[in-house]
Design a protein around this ligand. Sequence first.
Ligand code: B12
Ligand code: SF4
Length: 533
Amino acid sequence: MNALLIYPEFPETFWSFKHALKFLGKRAAQPPLGLMTVAALLPRAWKKRLVDTNVEQLSDRDLAWADVVLLSGMHIQSESLLAIVERCRESGLRTVVGGPIASSVPAAKLKADHLVIGEAESLIADLARELEEGTARPVYQADERPEMTVSPLPDLSLIKMKRYSTMTVQYSRGCPFNCEFCDIIEIYGRRPRTKAVAQVLAELEQLRTAGWRESVFIVDDNFIGNKGRAKELLRALVEWRTRVAAGFDFITEASLNLADDAELMQLMKDAGFKSVFLGIETPDESGLIASNKLQNTRRSLLESVARIQSYGIEVMGGFILGFDTDKEDIFDRMVEFIEKSGIPIAMVGLLQAMPGTQLFRRLRREGRIVDAGGGNNTFCDRLNFLPRMDAAKLVEGYREVMKRIYSCEAYYERVKLYLNRAHPEPEKLPRGQRVKSQSRRPTEPWMTRANMRALAHSIVRQGVFGRHKWSYWKFLAEAATRYRRCFGAAMTLAVMGYHFQVMTQKLSKAIDSATQPAKSGEILVRETGIPVR
Ligand code: B12
Ligand code: SF4
């Protein structure tokens, strides 16, 4: 069998990093790890080809070569995925769709010949055999979530590695918490399942042997879902990084209770973790309680963020507007919180009720669901449910928050606040005294090759042709003087800021031209077709 694995295109969103990636000469942020894993699970005798349409074109020759097409994706990739399925049908090709999209978009809409709901490890053998025999069923759904120790080494040979800014490795799936709006726990469950440490090291070795030396995203739903296992991996990572002198650094996602564990943060720092994404959601405690995000109520949010940053780890934050508890002052409170947090990359989104979640089920019971949504809450001009606050006010408030936090001045202030916390100035000593300690040395190389390229492009785009040249040059001058010990990090954040500024302008235009969201009091508008689970 010739198996063609296709990853559909992402629309342009805050998370696509499109405008920052250009500066780095990259086409996409990360490769499709799900498809690389599926490829490794397929029979060895099968020939495999992978086309990620985010970094290359899907050609008619690829389709002519294939016996079967396997697609993966998130809800947000539906448009591109549906177009590819249609193109395959026209070429008479059988299609199999899996990945998170299979859990959130109804089978009838996806129009694939075969749908795989859930993780591939336990059911791929049956699927492959039945595809070969021509007896494959319309739907495959695993009864149980597989242990991750059975997950294979992803097939790295199928991707064009240099086109991505970050490689990905997964250590665990699932998260022990129970946030009402979360679909992670519906898809991957609440029991964190981990790979063996040796599996992760083998994946990293595979990357290193292939020549990778840059960032690796540990794509866990919650890296510290099982703190004991996370520490076990981190100790091994520290040892491995020292032994092989790999120039890797790591990014991951975690819950806020990371801030309670000094040993864990120190281990992350020692293992080369440079940033962590945290779901902070809202500064309003009643919103956290109502959405069952209780782990964020047990500690000061701002202090927790600052503590993590003090380990040299950048915090990226996820924030949500549109909880039932939000009052009109929420917009100012959100901006004030983000300003004080020193979180440069603040992913603020409108609440989306993702199909399959507890939130979706509650809102449907309350007759407040409008449609299944688009699977994207951070570049969003409308809601898929009837909010408590006037919908138009909410969308307008969201737009204002985005404009304020991504104004050049506000953004650079946050970057500086973060840099001050993460890379504090070395202590000033009385004249004549010298310090031997490591702490006087820069914590990271002044400039990497990637930073240099980004700097050159950013000077042209932001400093010469940008709309905010003055703020940019002021920041650059400060970065080169006050923050020279972490100049590379400052420049990377300047480039990221450019992406967010462009996207904020686009969001504002999209909101202007969008049809007004449903007004409170309207009845259920469209049938979603999503079965209650
Ligand atoms: C890394 C990541 C990203 C990366 C992109 C990675 C990439 N290249 O695709 C970044 C950070 C850019 C990102 C962004 C977003 N993401 Co994201 N992301 C993830 C994360 C954390 C890991 C993905 C991964 O590599 N997993 C590892 C692989 C091995 O797992 P897998 O893909 O599920 O594959 C397994 C099975 O699904 C199955 N399978 C998968 N494909 C196929 C295909 C076939 C044919 C078969 C048989 C089986 C099969 O088998 C695999 C092995 O078991 C997941 C969470 C998660 N646990 O997966 C969220 C997740 C995929 N993201 C999600 C979302 C919502 C987003 C955003 C829309 C967020 C936003 N609010 O804007 C954006 C959209 C991107 C954009 N450009 O705009 C959701 C998707 C929900 C959904 N139902 O669609 C997830 C599930 C997280 C969540 N909150 O629930 N994301
Ligand atoms: S902490 Fe994050 S991953 Fe875990 S349940 Fe809450 S939203 Fe989902």
